[in-house]
Design a protein around this ligand. Structure first.
Ligand code: SAM
Ligand code: SF4
Length: 495
């Protein structure tokens, strides 16, 4: 099935019918959304000079895996003292190990279409960027891209779409179904996460039916005025339609949702507060917060002058601080760093609580199967900081003592939403994940690793198996039986 471009007139009609006010109103309190700009500014001002004792109390609270309150996060954001910052960074790493151990989950983004009706000033896919070469993958091309990703060993991907009638819910479900049914020698993609524009509940139900993992929507900026400025037209100019996108997803039954802010549009401390309030409001309505938080930094993009001019660019030091504050503020939430960052930054940030990252990323439409290594401005969204291949990234992680996990068991066993959050808080999920990390890493080492990476990986696997033996003697025998099956060529075995 080929996709025929939609006519201008039909596009206008489509745009008019996307937003449904009645799906926003139920979540408002007295007509207000949960981001009170002046309250956030007030809290940041009130805690401008935080007391050492108070910061240490907050760190201790976070170490018990409790979410922080806005007053507490505001205080952490204002810490300048080098000694205290070191304590915060140390605690962030400790929380990561306590909840998620030494695992890093790895995935790849798959860009399917860069057609877009919106005009986000920072994105080169924006409607008015005439220098952008527009392209939407056909189902055949989607299959080719998927095959290329499977061939490098990826098992989890996130699909990314612009907002456009030709990449509406029907195109999304068709492409996701195509991805799930594409198989290569050792198997296929086992988890498709989605980054797409906010949808209505009816469409979100259709999306859920395809068997997606996480649904991700970034608010970009939580600051109302800035939001208005950087989204001058199109559907995306409606702040609240976007702010409640994940509330609607929960209503539609998608219980793994992911939030994020694009750092560099407004004051980074404000955005961290926004992410916390978003978490709190999701918890208030559904008893469960986001599965992951993302914090992309604004990157240069072709023919996009706005990004060079922004006065809110986040320095490397502030970036590390915001990651540590988020880790402490929402200790049981996954945290994603992407290949927008350089290899060096990624290495440093891993220690501060990162749980997921992408690798061998290509963000040009069709770039995996066409083996395009060029930074092709005219067909990609922004410029990447780390373009290393998956094998090299995994080898480096192993050398640093991290095990790469391709595990997709959680959502296939019903360990999603509230269930997984409760298990993470109690530290129970950690052991399921550890065993599944070893099984999937064994698969990957045997099927895809270079000799050099395999050597480093074997050391980690041995260490992990010894830990499972020591800490979980009751399941060790069963675990080793599964492990032996993988060694003997069975695939996709999990707990
Ligand atoms: N069109 C959908 C949307 O806007 O939600 C799909 C996502 S868009 C292709 C993915 C994300 O890329 C955006 O939410 C934004 O945060 C990020 N992004 C856009 N331009 C960027 C840039 N110049 N640098 C870094 N991230 C950028
Ligand atoms: Fe379109 Fe998303 Fe880019 Fe905005 S960020 S221009 S909505 S693809």
């Amino acid at each position: 099935m080929e996709y025929i471009p939609v006519l201008e007139q039909d596009t206008d009609d489509w745009i008019k019918n996307v937003i449904r006010e009645k799906e926003i109103a139920p979540f408002l309190t007295n007509g207000c959304d949960f981001i009170d700009d002046s309250e956030i500014e007030k809290l940041l001002k009130k805690h401008k000079k935080p007391e050492k004792q108070n910061i240490r109390r907050i760190i201790q609270k976070a170490l018990t895996i409790q979410r922080l309150e806005p007053e507490e996060t505001a205080a952490l954001l204002n810490v300048e003292d080098a000694g205290l910052l070191k304590e915060m960074f140390g605690a962030a790493g400790k929380i990561k190990r306590k909840v998620y151990d030494n695992r890093i989950v790895t995935f790849a983004p798959l860009y399917l279409s860069n057609l877009c009706v919106n005009d986000c000033l920072y994105c080169s896919f924006r409607k008015n960027n005439s220098a952008q070469k527009r392209r939407q993958l056909t189902l055949k091309e989607t299959e080719e891209e998927t095959k290329a990703l499977i061939s490098t060993g990826h098992r989890r991907i996130i699909v990314v779409y612009g907002e456009h009638p030709s990449s509406d819910i029907n195109y999304m479900t068709d492409t996701i179904n195509t991805i799930y049914s594409t198989k290569v020698r050792h198997g296929g993609i086992r988890r498709v996460n989605v980054n797409a524009a906010p949808m209505n509940i009816e469409d979100l139900k259709k999306l859920k039916k395809t068997g997606i993992g996480t649904y991700q929507v970034f608010q970009e900026t939580y600051h109302h005025k800035t939001y208005e400025k950087v989204h001058p037209s199109g559907i995306k100019s409606d702040y609240r339609w976007r702010l409640y996108a994940l509330h609607r997803a929960q209503k539609a039954g998608i219980d793994d949702v992911a939030i994020g802010a694009l750092f560099g549009l407004y004051d980074w401390k404000f955005e961290v507060m926004g992410l916390l309030y978003h978490t709190i409001d999701l918890e208030k309505h559904f008893g469960i917060g986001p599965h992951t938080i993302s914090f992309p930094r604004l990157e240069p993009a072709a023919n996009t002058p706005f990004n060079k001019q922004s006065k809110y660019k986040v320095s490397d030091d502030d970036f590390k601080k915001l990651i540590a504050v988020l880790r402490l503020s929402v200790p049981y939430c996954g945290m994603i760093i992407t290949a927008r960052e350089t290899a060096k930054m990624r290495r440093e940030c891993l220690k501060l609580g990162i749980t997921q990252t992408d690798a061998s990323t290509k963000i040009g439409i069709g770039a995996y199967s066409e083996r395009s290594n060029k930074q092709e401005g005219e067909r990609q969204q922004f410029i990447l900081g780390d373009t290393r291949e998956l094998d090299e990234v995994i080898g480096e992680f192993a050398q640093m003592g991290y095990i790469t996990s391709f595990c997709t068991a959680g959502y296939r066993c019903g360990r999603t939403g509230k269930c997984i959050m409760e298990m993470l808080k109690k530290g129970e999920e950690k052991w399921f994940c550890k065993m599944n990390a070893v099984l999937t890493f064994r698969e990957w080492l045997d099927d895809y690793a270079s000799d050099a990476t395999k050597k480093k990986g074997e050391i980690i696997i041995k260490k992990e198996i010894n830990e499972i033996k020591k800490e979980k003697p009751a399941v060790f025998k069963k675990f080793m039986a599964q492990y032996a099956k993988i060694v003997n060529g069975h695939r996709d075995i999990y707990f």
